[in-house]
Design a protein around this ligand. Structure first.
Ligand code: IPE
Length: 272
């Protein structure tokens, strides 16, 4: 199959996996380098057309919280916040892109704050022509949770899932893999409740039920925790029911590679 006709896979490296959310500006370098290797193997062994996204973790979340960037331009310090949040997000992005390049991949950074326009914290405009052309050249575009200009409130924060929501509406996306530090979605927070039950499959009938019990994430999170992220994923599969989305634990070595290559691993599948 030619490069252009193959469907696109979107993969997210969660901020809680690639950084230590308890310590500001602390990247988990070993994990990032391992995940970069796994992505490299899967692209080569399983012939994927892949866009990588990654969360911000302890890089931009803390800065955004301090400046309340998610609430928009509210005072004279807000623009300083925009500058500092994009710097923090881009700093982690450089680390991820460097690891992907070191693994042998031709990764290239795409800066959401320099490309997207949002309204009510949702992307409404972003010319993805360049992303498609990069894919056609066998480059691996790398996007990330970032700050964005917002037509309503001045600025907002975009999660990687919101970026994926927009990409899935505009590009021939066939699969989304969300790499987390837990095995998918649970009916309670598995870090707190020992009897939390993992949900293997979420179909449209279960959407409302799932959103009800999903809480906010632990630690600082300006993008609304798991609830708003899963809401974005549900919206994607509702809109295009051909897209299969899975949430998996990528702290376990080989899980990401197996998932990307279509091998069955434990996690939650969301299907429309
Ligand atoms: C967060 O992006 C972006 C900023 C705070 C600027 P995500 O929402 O995708 O990141 P994680 O996975 O929660 O860290």
């Amino acid at each position: 199959m030619s490069t252009k006709t193959r469907g696109i896979t979107l993969v997210k490296l969660g901020g809680s996996v690639i950084t230590d959310k308890g310590h500001a500006f602390t990247a988990r370098l070993d994990t990032i380098y391992r995940l970069a290797e796994e992505i490299h193997h899967s692209i080569h062994d399983c012939d994927l057309r892949l866009i990588v996204g990654h969360g911000g973790g302890s890089f931009p979340h803390t800065v955004a919280q301090k400046h309340a960037t998610q609430r928009g331009i509210t005072g004279s310090e807000s623009c300083r916040g925009i500058a500092l949040v994009q710097e923090a997000a881009a700093r982690l992005n450089r680390i991820v892109v460097k690891a992907l390049i070191k693994s042998g991949l031709n990764a290239i950074s795409i800066q959401p704050s320099g490309a997207a326009i949002s309204e009510n914290s949702r992307i409404v405009k972003w010319d993805l022509d360049v992303v498609e052309r990069l894919l056609d050249c066998n480059l691996v575009p790398v996007v990330y949770g970032d700050v964005s200009i917002d037509l309503g409130q001045g600025c907002c924060i975009l999660s990687t899932e919101e970026i994926f929501r927009y990409f899935a509406a505009k590009l021939p996306v066939e699969r989304i893999v969300i790499g987390s530090n837990v095995n998918g979605i649970f009916d309670k927070d598995p870090n707190i409740f020992q009897d939390a039950q993992q949900i293997p499959l979420i179909t449209p009938e279960k959407f409302d039920q799932v959103l009800c019990f999903l809480g906010k994430s632990t630690g600082i999170d300006v993008t609304g925790g798991m609830r708003s992220k899963v809401a974005a994923l549900l919206e994607i599969v509702k809109r295009k029911n051909s897209i299969k989305c899975s949430i998996i634990d990528i702290t376990r070595p080989k899980n990401l590679e197996d998932a990307l290559c279509g091998r069955k691993i434990i996690g939650t599948t969301i299907q429309g």
